[in-house]
Design a protein around this ligand. Structure first.
Ligand code: TRH
Length: 395
C-alpha cells in the first residue's frame, strides 16, 4: 500500500450509495484512495453496498460495519452507523473538513443536522457525474444553499476541459503505463497471469467490458471473418451470456480469426494493466471510460443508458471533444463505431478502424497527456481551500 506523503492534513468523509453496477463505488473508492495516499487526508468512505464494493476490493470484509482498507476507513451505511451519527459521536471528534456527497446520493438527515451544529461546518461537495457537454463548465462550483440550515453545498463536476473539475488520476500513472508498455518481461508476466501465452505481435488484442449489446454479433462476425487474428478478452459481467450464445456451446470460444477469453473480474488497481496491454479497449459507464483514456489506446465507449436517450447527447459531446485533432476520416471511423456500439442505426465497420489504427493510437497517447494536466483530486482540494472555511490544506 502506498504511504501518505505527509501526515494527515484534512479529514474527509465520502458518501456513496450504489445505484447500479460498479461506477458509483468505483469512482468513490478511487477518490478515497487518492485523497488518503497522495494528499495525506484521513478519509472515511461511507457505502451502503459492500458486496458490490468487494468486487473492486476483494480484501473487503462484507460483514464488517467498519474496517480499514488500504488506508481508508470504510463504514457500512446501515442502521447501526446511522444511529451512531445520531449520537454525533462519529462526526464531532474528527473535526471534519470536507464532506463529499457522491452523485447527489443524499446524506442522512441526522448527519446534515450534525454538520450544521459544528462550529466550523465542513465544506460540503456534491461530486457530479462525468460529462463532456458544454453546460458543465457553467455549473461547476455553483453553490446551493440549504433551505433551512446554515450550510451550502457546492456542485463539483468532473470533466475534460480546464473549466471543469478534471479527472481522477494517480501521480505517475502515465509513467507506470509507459514502463509497462515498453517492458516485454512485465507483459509476459501479465499474459501468464491470465493463463495465456504472450500473443503474437500481429494479433490484435482487445478488451471488451460491456453491458448487453445488440451489436456484438456484427462485431464478432467482423473479427471472425477478418484476416487479422483477434484475441478478445471479456471481463466477467453482463455481456457474457451473449458471448456464450455467439459460440453456441463451442467450449474453445474460437471462430475464424477470433478467439475470446472470459476473464475473472479483477481488483480495481489491476484493471489498468489489462487496458495498457490491449490495442483497443471497449469500456462502459464512467470510470472504465476514463481509465481507457489514461491507457493511451483507441477505445470504444458504451455509455450507461438513460431514459429519453439523453445519454446519446453525452456520447456525442465526448466524441466531438475527443475528435479534435484527428483527420476527418479517422474521426468518422470513431464516430460510426461508437454510434453502432450504442444502438444507433449505423453499420459497424471494423475494417476502417484497422486502417486508421496508427493515427488513432498516436492521438490517444496525445489526448492522455493533455488530460493529465487536470487532476480532480488536486482541483477538489484547491476548491475547498478557495472556499476558505477549512483550516488546513493539501500538501
Ligand atoms: O459499472 P459501470 O457500468 O458503472 C455505471 C457508470 O458509472 C454510470 O455512469 C453510472 O451511472 C452507473 O454505473 C450507475 O461502469 P464503470 O463506471 O466503468 O465502473 C466499473 C468499475 O469497475 C470501474 O471502477 C473499473 C472497475 N473494474 C474492476 O475493478 N475490475 C474489472 O475487472 C473491471 C472490468 C472493472
Amino acid at each position: 500500500m502506498p504511504m501518505p506523503r505527509n501526515a494527515p492534513s484534512l479529514a474527509i468523509d465520502i458518501f456513496c450509495r450504489v445505484i447500479d453496477n460498479y461506477g458509483d463505488i468505483g469512482v468513490c473508492w478511487r477518490l478515497a484512495r487518492l485523497l488518503a495516499h497522495e494528499h495525506g487526508c484521513a478519509v472515511r468512505l461511507w457505502v451502503d453496498d459492500l458486496a458490490s464494493f468487494a468486487k473492486l476490493c476483494p480484501e473487503l470484509d462484507v460483514y464488517a460495519v467498519s474496517q480499514m482498507q488500504q488506508g481508508v476507513a470504510v463504514i457500512l451505511m446501515g442502521s447501526d452507523s446511522i444511529k451512531s451519527i445520531e449520537n454525533k459521536s462519529t462526526l464531532t471528534p474528527l473535526k471534519l473538513d470536507v464532506v463529499v456527497e457522491a452523485f447527489a446520493c443524499k446524506l442522512p438527515d441526522a448527519y446534515i443536522a450534525a454538520m450544521a451544529e459544528c462550529d466550523e461546518p465542513p465544506v460540503w461537495i456534491n461530486l457530479e457525474y462525468l460529462s463532456a457537454e458544454d453546460w458543465v463548465a457553467g455549473c461547476h462550483k455553483l453553490p446551493s444553499p440549504h433551505p433551512r440550515l446554515p450550510l451550502t453545498k457546492y456542485f463539483f463536476f468532473p470533466g475534460f476541459t480546464p473549466q471543469t473539475g478534471g479527472l481522477l488520476i494517480e501521480p505517475e500513472l502515465l509513467a507506470r503505463r509507459d514502463v509497462f508498455q515498453h517492458d516485454a518481461t512485465a507483459q509476459e508476466i501479465f499474459w501468464r497471469s491470465l493463463g495465456l501465452t504472450m500473443p503474437a505481435a500481429d494479433t490484435l488484442k482487445v478488451s471488451l467490458f460491456a453491458y448487453e449489446n445488440a451489436a456484438l454479433t456484427s462485431l464478432f462476425d467482423a473479427w471472425a471473418n477478418g484476416t487479422q487474428a483477434v484475441l478478445c478478452l471479456v471481463p466477467e459481467g453482463r455481456i457474457v451470456p451473449q458471448v456464450q450464445a455467439y459460440f453456441a456451446g463451442r467450449a474453445d470460444y474460437q471462430k475464424g480469426s477470433l478467439r475470446v477469453q472470459i476473464l475473472p473480474f479483477v481488483a480495481q488497481s489491476d484493471y489498468d494493466t489489462l487496458l495498457w496491454a490491449c490495442d483497443v479497449n471497449f469500456v462502459r459507464g464512467e470510470d472504465s471510460c476514463v481509465r481507457a483514456q489514461w491507457a493511451g489506446k483507441p477505445f470504444v465507449w458504451q455509455i450507461y443508458p438513460q431514459h429519453d436517450d439523453v445519454h446519446q447527447l453525452k456520447l456525442q459531446a465526448l466524441l466531438d471533444l475527443y475528435g479534435v485533432g484527428l483527420s476527418e476520416d479517422a474521426r468518422a471511423v470513431m464516430q460510426s463505431l461508437w454510434l453502432a456500439w450504442n444502438g444507433q442505426a449505423v453499420a459497424l465497420n471494423w475494417a476502417n478502424l484497422t486502417v486508421h489504427h496508427p493515427e488513432l493510437l498516436a492521438h490517444a497517447e496525445r489526448w492522455s497527456q493533455h488530460l493529465a494536466q487536470n487532476s480532480l483530486s488536486v482541483n477538489l482540494l484547491d476548491f475547498c481551500a478557495e472556499i476558505g472555511t477549512i483550516r488546513a490544506f493539501k500538501n
